[in-house]
Design a protein around this ligand. Structure first.
Ligand code: 5AD
Ligand code: FES
Length: 345
């Protein structure tokens, strides 16, 4: 049996088979995989596209990931942090625009102690009890994750970045270990978060074996969400001279992830929209069902630069929402005013 058919039937392949598939897919195979991904996506979520209001509330970061523009060693990054009042104002504006999930994303900023994070989560949940709060603030102790959960956090995004330990070590300094990353993800699952893992496509030194590991890791962890976007170089990082991941390979990885996690929440990422003008539409047409427009104040948007040429940094939240609504309608999908929770099988 052909590998593509085998995958569609069994929903999983061995590592060797995935490597072979990644090396040998032609345009026809990719179209078969894309169509199956769309079929599954529509089976669980119809033509709805969920929106998540992304609030990038601090770009201070104690991490030093080699790919990231806000890594601590980038002395040229202009740092900012929003006050609780500013963050709540973003939520207020977002709520009026139909957002029912707020994603608090930031660097690993020691100013935001567990106490401050919990206070923030409680404030959002008490003002907008019908909304989900997603945290995306990096690696923390199990005890911290437990406190945030108690304060009302519903979901947590922590991409695994790459599931191959040796590759992980090439993308991060020695103090950031693949073991700790995995441990955090399992902790989050155990605490009952809806968890989002994910990885970059085309990151430096990535091989087809690494991508096969990513798919197998997703199958093993079985997260409710998976963020997949192309690596894009940032000019002030050690990886400035590496090429960006390609649209084709990112779309293939999104489709393959949909086959493995048929009912997952998969964003068509901003990075995908950055490497191609219709990247996010193409992402949805490869099985994605979430978009994450920015609710951060326009005044700080440019400072949250993880990679070069990020889109939407000059647009107000309302413009972004309208723009995405048009984009999704143009391909037969509709933004939903909904928390957009995970649908169990
Ligand atoms: N290109 C693409 N994605 C990046 N991220 C960080 N830096 C880059 C980059 N240069 C992604 C990481 C991280 C998420 C918040 O952004 O995967 O988990
Ligand atoms: Fe932000 Fe189009 S989605 S301007």
């Amino acid at each position: 049996m052909k590998l593509v058919e085998k995958l569609i039937q069994n929903r999983i392949l061995s590592k060797e088979e995935f490597v072979e598939l990644l090396a040998n897919t032609d345009a026809e195979d990719r179209e078969i995989l894309r169509k199956e991904a769309v079929r599954l996506r529509e089976k669980y979520y119809g033509h709805d596209v969920y929106i998540r209001g992304l609030i990038e509330f601090t770009n201070y970061c104690r991490c030093d990931c080699y790919y990231c523009g806000i890594r601590r060693s980038n002395r040229q990054a202009e740092r900012y942090r929003l006050t609780q009042e500013e963050i709540l104002a973003c939520c207020r504006a977002g709520y009026a625009l139909g957002f029912r999930t707020f994603v608090l994303q930031g660097g690993e900023d020691p100013y935001f102690t567990d106490e401050r994070i919990c206070e923030l989560v409680r404030a959002i949940k008490s003002s907008w009890p019908d909304c989900a709060v997603t945290l995306s603030i990096g690696e923390k102790e199990h005890s911290s994750y437990r406190l945030y959960r108690k304060a009302g956090a519903d979901r947590y995004l922590l991409r695994h970045e790459t599931a191959s330990p040796a590759h992980y070590r090439r993308l991060h300094p020695p103090e950031q270990t693949p073991q700790r990353r995995r441990q955090c993800l399992w902790s989050l699952k155990e605490l009952g978060y809806q968890v989002g893992a994910g990885f970059m496509v085309g990151s430096p030194y990535q091989t087809p074996e690494n991508l096969a590991d990513d798919l197998l890791f997703l199958h093993e962890l079985s997260p409710q969400m998976a963020g997949i976007g192309p690596f894009i170089p940032h000019h002030q990082t050690p990886f400035s001279a590496f090429p960006a991941g390609t649209l084709r390979q990112t779309l293939l990885m999104v489709a393959l992830t949909r086959l493995i996690l048929p009912n997952a929440l998969l964003p068509a990422t901003t990075a995908l929209g950055t490497i191609a003008p219709d990247g996010r539409e193409r992402g949805v047409l490869a099985g994605a069902n979430v978009v994450m427009p920015n609710l951060s104040p326009v005044g700080v948007r440019k400072q949250y630069a993880l990679y070069d040429n990020k889109i939407c940094t000059g647009d107000e939240a309302a413009e972004c929402r309208a723009c995405l609504q048009n984009r999704m309608r143009s391909i037969g999908y509709e933004l939903a005013v909904d928390r957009g929770d995970f649908v169990p099988e």
